[in-house]
Design a binder for this molecule. Sequence first.
Ligand SMILES: *[C@@H]1O[C@H](CO)[C@@H](O)[C@H](O)[C@H]1NC(C)=O
Ligand SMILES: *[C@@H]1O[C@H](CO)[C@@H](O)[C@H](O)[C@H]1NC(C)=O
Ligand SMILES: *[C@@H]1O[C@H](CO)[C@@H](O)[C@H](O)[C@H]1NC(C)=O
Ligand SMILES: *[C@@H]1O[C@H](CO)[C@@H](O)[C@H](O)[C@H]1NC(C)=O
Ligand SMILES: *[C@@H]1O[C@H](CO)[C@@H](O)[C@H](O)[C@H]1NC(C)=O
Ligand SMILES: *[C@@H]1O[C@H](CO)[C@@H](O)[C@H](O)[C@H]1NC(C)=O
Length: 297
Amino acid sequence: MSQQWLLLALFSAFAAPSTAGDSMTATDSLSDGGGALVSSNELYKLGFFSPNNSNRRYLGIWYYKIQVQTVVWVANREHPILDRTSVLNFTENGTLVILDQTGTVFWSSSSATNTSSPVARLLDSGNLVLMDGAGDTNVFAWQSFDHPTDTHMPGMKFGWDLRTGLNRYLTSWKSADDPSPGDYTIMIDLHGWPQVLTPDLSVVTYRTGPWNGIRWNGVPKLTANSIYNYTYVSNNDEVYYMYQLLSDAVVTRLFLDHSGAFERVVWDNGTQLWTKYLSGPNDMCNSYGLCGPYSSL
Ligand SMILES: *[C@@H]1O[C@H](CO)[C@@H](O)[C@H](O)[C@H]1NC(C)=O
Ligand SMILES: *[C@@H]1O[C@H](CO)[C@@H](O)[C@H](O)[C@H]1NC(C)=O
Ligand SMILES: *[C@@H]1O[C@H](CO)[C@@H](O)[C@H](O)[C@H]1NC(C)=O
Ligand SMILES: *[C@@H]1O[C@H](CO)[C@@H](O)[C@H](O)[C@H]1NC(C)=O
Ligand SMILES: *[C@@H]1O[C@H](CO)[C@@H](O)[C@H](O)[C@H]1NC(C)=O
Ligand SMILES: *[C@@H]1O[C@H](CO)[C@@H](O)[C@H](O)[C@H]1NC(C)=O
């Protein structure tokens, strides 16, 4: 190899776009068609996508290794983008913003605090977090786990931070191909005892009764399972339910389907399909009034 070729080869190696990292900083920009963040262990990916049978563009998070694109979070679900000119950028204040070339803003991460050296990072939990790169990187100025779409992720607090009034709840997609907010919502209701229910009583499908410290009242004791454990916290500061995976080898998601079914599914790597693990209203749990979603999901 001549020296020139060697130099060219070296230059190409350095000039080649690096594989998608898990972070972006103030001067970085993530464009539709050209950019993505991939969490460090390649579990999740953040980028622009179109749902099936749709040309609309959304910024979302999905499983990196699962071929059947399964979106777990959508940023601009209320403001679809109609072309592919948009970027995810930082504002001068260190918040994230999706805008097109005309400057139209489709979404922004609200944040009470300005961040001077902002860093956005996609964690292996599937949480997109915003932090001050010059400060404590364990303190998040904003995180997608505080603004869920239709999916309750492992490690995500489902419920309330009473100190700030933040309520983390799920709203279904409108249809399988449309992530805009649909008819179904599920949240922990603080009026009286904490309960999981849908606020629109015409479509109520769940009612679990109060938490008695061990399980939702009137439901059978949760049988131990090998996939996840769970905690329920209720004190002066917070009221939330959370589950955690016991192993990264199992991929499971708990989500509110566009038809109102509250389901836990598990990824079957053999068949390459999501298989139903437990479901809220449609199976025996609900029809026999035996258990609510969070008794066993
Ligand atoms: C997004 O940020 C990049 C890098 O800072 C900048 O070059 C670009 O003009 C920004 N795009 C928009 C639409 O503001
Ligand atoms: C999208 O379409 C593909 C191919 O028809 C199908 O396998 C997949 O299940 C669809 N995804 C969703 C979320 O409906
Ligand atoms: C930056 O913050 C100031 C004050 O909080 C606000 O008025 C301004 O609109 C923000 N700018 C951007 C680009 O978000
Ligand atoms: C945020 O930064 C803007 C300038 O970009 C400044 O005018 C504003 O006062 C800051 N807001 C806070 C809450 O620090
Ligand atoms: C649940 O499992 C995680 C590990 O996946 C562990 O860190 C956590 O302490 C467990 N929680 C409970 C309540 O057992
Ligand atoms: C999934 O199956 C493929 C073969 O179909 C295999 O190569 C891969 O290692 C499997 N992944 C897991 C996590 O088991």
